[in-house]
Design a protein around this ligand. Structure first.
Ligand code: FES
Length: 168
């Protein structure tokens, strides 16, 4: 039977000491490796594989002041007024139907449940709970007007955020 009190038993045997020593170094090595992986992931640029959802919608000159233009392919509206450019989502904020622009009454109408929005996209009537979403707009280096559908501006009842064609 090992004598644990006097230190002559298995508790202090060289093989046990060696095992504890190796376990300690292994644990330290794992901790350092995990820290390095965390550090590299923090420092490395996070690049998404997902393609950008920024879409070119022509040149600024293609849009006349006062016009509301529907882009069917991207399901958005481009509005140009004296303050600059605005892009509104065509997706109704109630249940997502596509709204249409009514040029005679200057309102956006939703055919599904009768939602109505003013020219600024603010909800006027019907079930829509909030204004139409807005997308960020910019002019790229080639001079194209670009709508960034990833940069959605969820609006309150306030005014639209305009983007100017000089701003890139
Ligand atoms: S989806 Fe537009 S009012 Fe319901």
């Amino acid at each position: 039977m090992p004598d644990l009190i006097n230190g002559s038993g298995d508790a202090c045997s060289p093989s046990r000491r060696r095992l504890l020593f190796n376990l300690g170094w292994t644990g330290l090595g794992l901790w350092v490796a995990a820290s390095l992986v965390g550090l590299i992931r923090f420092v490395w640029p996070q690049v998404s594989d997902r393609p950008s959802n920024a879409v070119a919608v022509g040149y600024p000159e293609d849009y006349l002041p006062g016009q509301v233009v529907y882009n069917q392919g991207y399901k958005l509206f481009i509005i140009r007024d004296e303050k600059g450019f605005v892009s509104l989502s065509a997706r109704c904020t109630h249940l997502g139907c596509n709204v249409v622009w009514n040029q005679d009454h200057h309102v956006f109408l939703c055919p599904c449940h009768g939602g109505k929005y003013d020219r600024q996209g603010r909800n006027l009537e019907g079930p829509p709970p909030r204004p139409l979403d807005q997308f960020a707009v910019r002019v790229d280096r080639r001079g194209y007007l670009v709508v960034d559908k990833d940069r959605i501006i969820k609006r309150g009842p306030g005014p639209l955020q305009h983007f100017h064609s000089e701003r890139v």
